[in-house]
Every structure is written in structure tokens, then in C-alpha cells.
Design a binder for this molecule. Structure first.
Ligand code: ADP
Ligand code: MG
Length: 403
């Protein structure tokens, strides 16, 4: 990667210096209580590396979608409390977002300690990437560490803006451990993948993943399509899909992708259909050419499971985004679970298996294969952008290796 990361920083020189860190502490809250602290846990390695070196850390994050004004429901105060329980050095909570307003409170923060500022989205300049707001944070120190992969595809003041402000005052902006790992797997591994290289794309909507499919298609050996996306391709082939979810507007694009992909694009040969999306609906496997009016396609069928698993078993690099069916309901989870096991088995045998997407990660968790996969990406939108070959503004703005 041509961007600097935290491993390029001289840790010995950090004692007493102020380092500004943008993390992704956007945890789910249930009536003010954190219901899942995974993102806080995930931010600890970068924070520990800096506090162990004696840096004073000013920590920034957004939480939820407050509309550019203070909204107590989205305060980071509960996150500061949790962070204080998890991290050895003291974590101070500073109830200000703007760097200028926070300055006095930072006097109390000692070497190796952390100050978490209030939600970056409590001020309007965050999402408009206001240079003055970014400069107010950059003024607090001379090193910026961006570890927030989930927001790297947005040019916000605390991501791209702060990196630019830091560089323009002569400081450095580098990737944190989490961000560096995401880039290593999603961008670097895909540039020169070991072959066969197989992508599996599923999920609800083809329209949200056209970019990914068309960018991966020329680079892969096989691209397996499942989930509701496959239905739109079936229609492009002139097949009936009953009452299944289909994006009529995307049938034309699906046709183009079929032409472009040839043998590389592999559709399901059979599916599981039911008349309703309910746990006890009567389900029936059927060939893709025999879907009846009133049928809903809700999973890939048994022959497709074997077909896809066979292709996955021969792969050396696998990228997977999107479940194969309505996996939230047991009756329609079999295809997704089967694929999850096939990917995990390939990883056990030395293949690189990369999973992206929030629902896909939930499916892998459900299948019990999470820790057998090479890498599970944490950012939904950002990982799709990277897979689609797009540049991420939050990464683009970091200091180049050569400089
Ligand atoms: P990810 O979050 O991994 O990127 P998506 O958000 O694109 O995945 O899609 C996940 C959703 O797709 C799930 O809620 C799942 O129920 C739905 N889905 C998958 N297959 C079908 C189908 N055949 N019909 C309707 N919904 C489907
Ligand atoms: Mg999703």
C-alpha cells in the first residue's frame, strides 16, 4: 500500500505528544445502553499501541445520525465509560466536539491517557467536510491516525478533511491497524489474487451491487450469483420468477453483465420456493425454469449448493458479499450456511477467503464459521466501494509512503 500506517511511525518519539485518532465507535445503543461493544473492542489495538508509547490520544468518532446538532440520545458518554473499563490508561470524556472548544479540557489529559471528544456529528461541519472544523482538530497535535474504515468512503471533516488539514500544517496522517488490515485484504489481495479467484455475490438488490459485479467480473475466474439478485438475472434470461423480488429497472443491466461475463458469470440452476416468507411456509426445491406463478424464490436449491461449493473448493482466493437467500429464516438459510461452510473449508485448506457486508457477516456468524475465514470486513459501504475498485476519500487523503 502506498499510504503510511501506524507501523511506519517512530513510537519512541511519541511520549507526551498529542495524537488525534478517528475511530469507528458507532455502536448500537438501546435506550442509552450499548448492546454490542464489538466496535469499541476492535479499536483497542491501535489505542493501546499509542498509549503504551506514552502519547496523549484525542479520540474522535461519530455515533448514529444526529443532524448536525447536539442530541443527547447520541452522546458518546456511554462509549467513554465502556472504553474506560476496557482500556488500562484513563479515558476522559470531553463534552465538546470542536477542537477549539475542547482545548482547555485537554489540559487534564496526561501521558498515555485518552480524551474522547463528543460525537463528531453534533456539529454541521462534519458531514459537509468544513475545513475550519477539520483545522480545529488538526491544531491539537501533529499526528493523525485514521482507523475508521466504515466511514472511509465518505469525505467528512473528521476523516478526509482532518487528514488534509494535518498534512497541510506539516504533520502526518496515517492509517491505524484496523484500517490498514482492511486495505491489505480488500485492496492489496485483490490486485494480484492467487487463482482460481472466485467471487460470490448475493443479497437483496442488484442495483446496490452493480458496481461491484461489473468491477469484479473481468478480474475473476468465476462469479457466482445468489440471493434475490439472481432473480433479476433469471428475468434477463427470459425465465419466469413468480412473485419473487425482482428489480425491473435492472433487467437491462443484468443482460449486459450476462453478455460481458460469458462462462465466468454463474447463476443458480435451481432454487427453493415458497408462497410466503414465513418460517412455516411450505418450501419446495425447483429447477430455475419451472418457477410457477405465485412462487417466491427464497434460497438457492440443492443442486446449486453443490455446484457453487465445488467451484469454491477449487478456489485460492474467494471474495464473498451477500447471503444466498433469506437466511434470517431457518427454512431459507440452508444455501447460505452451505456456502459459508464451503468458504471456511477452502480457507482451512489455505485459500484466502474475504467476507464483506453486514448481513453476510451475520450469516457467517450464524453458520459458526467466522474465525475460520481469512478476513471479515467491518465496513459495509466502504468494503463494497473498495471491491468495486473505487478510491476511498478517507484513505486517499493520508500521507504517501514516498513522502
Ligand atoms: P450484505 O449486508 O451482506 O451486503 P445485503 O444487504 O445486500 O447483504 O442483502 C441481505 C438481505 O438479502 C437479507 O436480509 C436477505 O434476507 C435478503 N435476501 C437474500 N436473498 C433473498 C431472496 N431470494 N428474496 C428476498 N430477500 C433475499
Ligand atoms: Mg445489508
Amino acid at each position: 500500500m502506498n499510504k503510511k500506517n501506524i507501523s511506519d511511525v517512530d513510537l519512541d518519539g511519541l511520549r507526551g505528544r498529542t495524537v488525534i485518532v478517528r475511530a469507528d465507535l458507532n455502536v448500537p445503543l438501546d435506550a442509552g445502553v450499548i448492546s454490542d461493544d464489538q466496535r469499541i473492542q476492535a479499536s483497542l489495538p491501535t489505542l493501546r499501541r499509542l498509549t503504551d508509547a506514552g502519547a496523549r490520544v484525542v479520540l474522535l468518532s461519530h455515533l448514529g445520525r444526529p443532524k448536525g446538532q447536539v442530541d443527547p440520545a447520541y452522546s458518546l458518554a456511554p462509549v467513554a465509560t465502556r472504553l474506560n473499563e476496557l482500556l488500562e490508561p484513563r479515558v476522559h470524556f470531553v463534552p465538546h466536539t470542536d477542537g477549539g472548544a475542547a482545548v482547555d479540557a485537554l489540559d487534564a489529559v496526561g501521558e498515555g491517557e485518552v480524551a474522547l471528544l463528543e460525537n463528531t456529528r453534533f456539529v454541521p461541519g462534519e458531514t459537509t467536510n468544513d475545513p475550519a472544523l477539520a483545522a480545529s482538530w488538526a491544531a491539537l497535535g501533529d499526528l493523525f491516525v485514521n482507523d475508521a474504515f466504515g466511514t472511509a468512503h465518505r469525505a467528512h471533516a473528521s476523516t478526509a478533511g482532518l487528514a488534509e488539514a494535518m498534512r497541510s500544517k506539516g504533520g502526518e496522517a496515517v492509517a491505524g491497524l484496523l484500517l490498514a488490515r482492511e486495505l491489505e485484504f480488500l485492496a492489496e489481495a485483490l490486485r494480484l489474487p492467487e487463482r482460481p479467484f472466485v467471487a460470490i455475490i448475493g443479497g437483496a438488490k442488484i442495483s446496490s451491487k452493480i458496481g461491484v459485479v461489473s468491477s469484479l467480473l473481468p478480474r475473476v475466474d468465476r462469479l457466482l450469483i445468489g440471493g434475490a439478485m439472481a432473480n433479476t438475472f433469471f428475468r434477463a434470461l427470459g425465465l419466469g420468477t413468480g412473485d419473487s423480488l425482482v428489480e425491473e429497472d435492472s433487467i437491462g443491466v443484468a443482460k449486459e453483465l450476462l453478455d460481458q461475463g460469458g462462462d465466468r458469470l454463474v447463476l443458480p440452476v435451481d432454487c427453493i420456493v415458497a408462497s410466503e416468507i414465513t418460517p412455516d411456509a411450505e418450501r419446495r426445491p425447483t429447477g430455475r425454469t419451472a418457477v410457477q406463478p405465485g412462487d417466491r424464490i427464497l434460497d438457492i436449491g440443492p443442486r446449486t449448493r453443490e455446484l457453487f461449493a465445488g467451484t469454491i473448493g477449487e478456489a485460492r482466493t474467494i471474495v464473498w458479499n451477500g447471503p444466498m437467500g433469506v437466511f434470517e429464516i431457518d427454512a431459507f438459510a440452508e444455501g447460505t450456511v452451505h456456502i459459508a461452510h464451503a468458504v471456511a473449508t477452502a480457507c482451512d485448506a489455505g485459500a484466502i477467503g474475504i467476507l464483506g457486508g453486514g448481513d453476510s457477516a451475520a450469516a457467517a456468524q450464524r453458520a459458526g464459521v467466522m474465525d475460520r475465514l481469512t478476513h471479515v470486513s467491518t465496513g459495509g459501504g466502504a468494503s463494497l466501494e473498495l471491491l468495486a475498485g473505487a478510491e476511498l476519500p478517507g484513505v486517499d487523503a493520508l500521507t504517501d509512503r514516498s513522502s
